[in-house]
Write a new protein. Structure first.
Length: 76
């Protein structure tokens, strides 16, 4: 693929949203800092940017979670 924007459309859309919410220059700086210190990592379509953060031994992926809505409280 010719560019990261084409290779990682969901990641770049997320970053674009962050830039709209928090400011282009700040988000760009945060990503640069994260790439430098190893705290930014993204993966999509077999492409990776940054360094993966090691998961703790007892980590559970979101794919393994079961999230259910709470039971409604009874009215008195």
């Amino acid at each position: 693929m010719s560019s990261m924007r084409e290779a990682m459309p969901l990641v770049t859309a997320w970053i674009d949203g962050l830039r709209l919410a928090f400011g282009h220059d700040d988000v760009t700086r945060w990503i640069g800092e994260g790439l430098a210190d190893g705290t930014f990592y993204a993966r999509e379509n077999g492409e990776e940017v940054g360094r993966p953060i090691a998961a703790p031994e007892n980590a559970i992926s979101l794919a393994e979670m079961v999230i259910e809505a709470p039971e409604p409280k009874a009215k008195r």
